[in-house]
Design a protein around this ligand. Structure first.
Ligand code: ATP
Length: 492
């Protein structure tokens, strides 16, 4: 990360804490590694991001429905899905610093270093060698790469490494007394399995016809080897996943469809297109026949935000095998088309986005330290250019002064609008300072009540990005704000 980007990222993290977006968890006890709490504004922004996803997936698509499955699930599910045996990362310890790393992350950092030094060829060769080692699950090849490229521990600066070992990422805990004897259960490492095991429940009770999707938002837990980059890699995080069930043989069409649809969804927030790229997986997960990441350019480089995976019929077939229950779908249309069979296990296209990474992306993208200096004076402001539909506070009502009945008038306006929008009221400090405070939290509109308001029932609306003001009738406020913060602007 260059110094500028490094500084920018530190400022974003500082800003998130200072204004109540994100706090380190258990901070008064010195924190808990890779766990974070969302503050008063963070909770609002997070809810808005969820709403955006849910509306676009569930409400906008007649053939996609929602689900809210439990975090605890029968432990056999994780055996069937392959997580008990295969959900592991390659880790390596430095014997001097006693720090643990993901071997592939250390190598990725070296690749980035080569790139930043203009050593393109070296970077490419190392990338290919790492991909080959990961594809073959060859742990000693990873260790060799670390040695060959003289990768040192960022903390101790030494090359005194252990061997590379696999480390399972699932958290487990004990649950009551289970009939079969074993009482070990896992905290789900992904929300997807809750969808798979409910596939027939939803299909039958909702009379769903293929192709159809099931969407869910919920917590997932992974005992990540190393926590990095703020809320980018957490041990407790939230996923928004959708499994789309299709006829076998049609999966590549749908894979393409969801790849395009999901990128459009990202761009609608107002993020520049050149900040995104697709990254095709070389090493496919055990369940996939195609997979791509949507990557975003964070201040620390391009990183995965969302995965689109063609999961074949792997998960449903495994659950059929492990549960002994049929997971087949009867395709009446197929029978009517005169095809010889109507029963099959559907194929699945998955879209899986991390809510916390989306949150970080949104914050990084919105954050600007804007220089407003003119010939006469130096000035600057920090502003979050959030899409109005996503902004935590939609509008703030500000009486110009604390006297002459202005606060009362401002309160009346606030009381009318608060049923429709998340509002704030602020009468402390100069009007300029109050505007800056709202800019810093991304409030798109400031409504100022002045003496003229008492005479003709008008107020000024100040627009966050342009800082332009216009005078409008109080009775029109609801429509004006409603139009500008409408979900329609994001969804259509
Ligand atoms: P990575 O390679 O970065 O570990 P992954 O490929 O394991 O991610 P998936 O299993 O595809 O991730 O999960 C889907 C999405 O969940 C990711 O695109 C990411 O946005 C999010 N996600 C995964 N792990 C974490 C984590 N530890 N913290 C925050 N979000 C995560």
């Amino acid at each position: 990360m260059s110094k500028n980007n490094d500084e920018l990222f530190k400022n974003v993290i500082g800003h998130a804490k200072e204004y109540g977006f994100v706090f380190p968890s258990s901070e008064i006890y010195d924190g808990l590694s890779a766990v974070y709490d969302y503050g008063q504004l963070g909770a609002e922004l997070k809810n808005n991001l969820k709403t955006y996803w849910w509306k676009s997936m569930v409400q906008m698509n007649e053939n996609i429905v929602g689900l809210d499955s439990a975090i605890f699930m029968h432990p056999k599910i994780w055996k069937a899905s392959g997580h008990v045996d295969g959900f592991a990362d390659p880790m390596i310890d430095n014997k001097d610093s006693k720090k643990r790393y993901r071997a592939d992350n250390l190598i990725e950092d070296k690749i980035a270093k080569y790139e930043s030094e203009g050593k393109k060829e070296k970077a490419e060769i190392l990338q290919q060698a790492m991909d080959a080692a990961l594809t073959a699950d060859d742990l000693s090849a990873l260790k060799n790469l670390i040695e060959e490229h003289q990768i040192v521990c960022p903390v101790s600066g030494t090359r005194n490494w252990t061997d590379v070992r696999q480390f399972n990422l699932m958290f487990s805990t004990q649950m009551g007394a289970m009939a079969e004897g074993s009482d070990e259960v896992y905290l789900r490492p992904e929300t997807a399995q809750g969808i798979f095991v409910n596939f027939l429940n939803v299909q039958k009770s909702g009379r769903m016809k293929i192709p159809f999707g099931i969407a869910q938002i919920g917590k997932a837990f992974r005992n990540e080897v190393i926590a990095r980059q703020f809320i980018m890699r957490m041990r407790e995080f939230e996923q928004m996943e959708m499994q789309f069930f299709v006829r076998p043989g049609t999966e590549m069409e749908w894979y393409k469809h969801w790849k395009e649809t999901r990128l459009k969804w990202h761009l609608a927030i107002g993020t520049p297109e050149n900040k995104y790229r697709f990254h095709d997986h070389v090493k496919l997960a055990h369940y996939a026949n195609a997979a791509v990441d949507i990557e975003f350019e964070f201040p620390f480089g391009f990183k995965e935000v969302e995965g689109i995976h063609s999961r074949t019929d792997f998960d449903l077939s495994q659950h059929q095998k492990f549960s002994g229950k049929k997971m087949q779908y009867f395709d009446n249309d197929l029978n009517q088309e005169g095809k010889p069979y109507g029963n099959y296990i559907p194929y699945v296209i998955e879209t899986s986005i991390g809510l916390d990474r989306l949150f970080l992306l949104t914050l990084c993208n919105a954050y600007e330290e804007e220089d407003l200096s003119s010939d006469e004076r130096q000035d600057s402001r920090t502003v979050l250019h959030l899409h109005p539909a996503l902004a935590p506070v939609k509008a703030t009502v500000l009486p110009l002064t604390k006297k002459d009945g202005l606060p009362e008038k401002a309160r009346q306006i606030m009381d009318k609008l608060k049923y429709d929008f998340n509002m704030q009221y602020d009468e402390k400090d100069s009007i300029g300072k109050r505007y800056r405070r709202q800019d810093a939290i991304g409030t798109p509109f400031c409504i100022t009540v002045d003496h003229q308001s008492l005479e003709d029932d008008t107020v000024t609306i100040r627009h966050r990005d342009s800082m332009k003001q216009e005078r409008v009738l109080t009775k029109d406020l609801k429509n004006i704000i409603g139009e500008l913060v409408s979900w329609k602007n994001l969804l259509s």
